[in-house]
Design a protein around this ligand. Structure first.
Ligand code: SAH
Length: 371
């Protein structure tokens, strides 16, 4: 399930791979760093902006690489603090990248904090019953260059909006890999992309400010624990017992809680940082006080932070968000046990912020337009 473009994206190259390519052309070693500086620090959007490169080299780059392999199709600003970029890949595939302009925990003084939510696949194979991304299954994996390009697209927009004291720095604070797709199912491209984002010659973005969210691919969680860069982990739990979890997340059959929880514990111990358990609240599915009690016990055992997310309704799916009172009573069970918990405020409901919805809607619109 791979797409091979005419020209590979430059954003998928590392300093090493680019140096090798350039050496084959008889170029000196320093050229690779110069080019990457233009891309990640100065955010050049055309080869011709790279004025310290000889013209023939620019021409060779142009025939060899796609500078940024995505185009912005749509930018939706919601009435609250969430923005969405709908990006089109070279094969016409659509993905979503979300900008969340507030802290997850609603602390007023940190209001300017920006979290960027990126996608790793077109569609998703996990088939969680509540999620719009998986409705049409998996179309394909994104390449590392396509994953990285999402952040550059955000930089282009954010740079224009809020210039920073040091313009070469990315104008956002956190990256969460919580967009469309299961990141750990596209492991190699994910790690390559995160390495590029983290590298000093890339975006220079700290690994501890990058969170990978997974539906619970146990072997890959264990593999991620071994990565030298130390990215943070969030686990989409959504059910605190197998009985509840397997009804809504098919992956729980392959990796039930008895396998998932020890893997998360191992990650947490290796990593030395608190992991996050995500728990979307769906009315009459997983929002009982019993589930809250089970979740509290798991969170205490793992010393985890819990993110409670009121479900975002998805067109065509029957699931509902519980009342605010019910959300609060659920959270209270955890708070009473001093489990660190965040009850997320609604963000982006008005622009179809639930994963994959904007893409589905646009694909539908396109189909209609083609009829
Ligand atoms: N596949 C990864 C990352 C992508 S989904 C994972 O499962 O973690 C990012 C988060 O959004 C997951 O916790 C997912 O369960 C949640 N999510 C999906 N659809 C949602 C919806 N309609 N409302 C609220 N959260 C949703």
């Amino acid at each position: 399930m791979k797409f091979t473009p005419d020209k590979p994206p430059l954003t998928g190259e590392t300093l090493d791979t680019l140096t090798t390519r350039l050496a084959e052309q008889g170029q000196p070693t320093f050229r690779a760093k110069q080019i990457l500086d233009w891309v990640y620090k100065k955010r050049a959007r055309t080869w011709d902006e790279m004025t310290n490169l000889p013209k023939p080299l620019r021409a060779w780059l142009d025939t060899t690489f796609d500078l940024v392999p995505t185009s912005l199709v749509l930018h939706k600003e919601s009435h609250d603090v969430t923005d969405k970029l709908l990006l089109e890949m070279r094969d016409g595939s659509l993905i979503e990248t979300v900008i969340i302009r507030a802290p997850q925990d609603d602390v007023g003084e940190e209001h300017s904090r920006k979290t960027i939510c990126i996608s790793t696949q077109v569609g998703c194979a996990m088939a969680c019953v509540f999620c719009a991304s998986g409705l049409a299954g998996l179309k394909r994996d994104l390449s590392a260059g396509e994953i990285v390009a999402q952040l550059l697209q955000v930089c282009y927009r954010e740079d224009a909006r809020t210039p920073r004291a040091r313009p070469e720095l990315a104008s956002f604070d956190n990256i969460v890999v919580m967009g469309m797709g299961e990141p750990l199912a596209n492991y190699d491209a994910l790690i390559r992309a995160l390495t590029i984002l983290n590298a000093e010659w890339g975006l220079g973005f700290g690994a501890r400010r990058i969170t990978v969210s997974t539906s619970g691919l146990v072997p890959k969680i264990l593999k991620l624990a071994e990565e030298p860069l130390g990215f943070r982990l969030a686990v989409s739990l959504h059910g605190a017992t197998d009985e509840v979890r397997e009804k809504i997340m098919p992956i729980n059959k392959a990796y039930p809680l008895a396998k998932l929880i020890p893997a998360v514990r191992e990650f947490s111990e290796k990593h030395g940082r608190m992991i996050t358990l995500e728990f979307i609240l769906i009315e009459d599915v997983n929002d009982s006080i019993d589930q809250a009690g089970e979740l509290r016990d798991i969170a205490r055992d793992l010393h985890a932070h819990v993110n409670i997310i009121p479900y975002n309704t998805v067109e065509g799916l029957p699931w509902k968000r519980p009342s605010v009172e019910r959300q609060e009573s659920f959270a209270d069970v955890l708070r009473a046990a001093r489990v660190p918990v965040t009850l997320r405020r609604e963000k982006g409901h008005d622009i179809a912020a639930a994963c994959g919805q904007l893409r589905l809607k646009t694909e539908k619109d396109r189909e209609l337009a083609a009829m």
